[in-house]
Write a protein that binds this ligand. Sequence first.
Ligand code: ZN
Length: 102
Amino acid sequence: MSGGEYMPTCSHCHREWTYWQAFKQSFRLTKICPFCRKENYEGNQKQGGIYSLILVLLFILANSFFDIPIAWVLPIVIIYFVLFTFIRPCFMKLYTKQQPYW
Ligand SMILES: [Zn+2]
């Protein structure tokens, strides 16, 4: 997986990161560019958190409405979080400064 308009681009040197470079940096609050070693900050971090929270709440609601066995819920949530972890690098928006939390 390389190239394409979906991978994050360094806000300093504007070079595109590869998927694995972005993946490694997605676990860090401050993302160090593998090319210029400068710090980048993620812009849509809070958004991602809200989406995952909504999804977890939906699972809980679905569980109480449709009587989904509780044993199903946990694997679904785990699969979602694994998927989210792997998809997240593709949606990272990098900024030179930390974005304000509004
Ligand atoms: Zn850079």
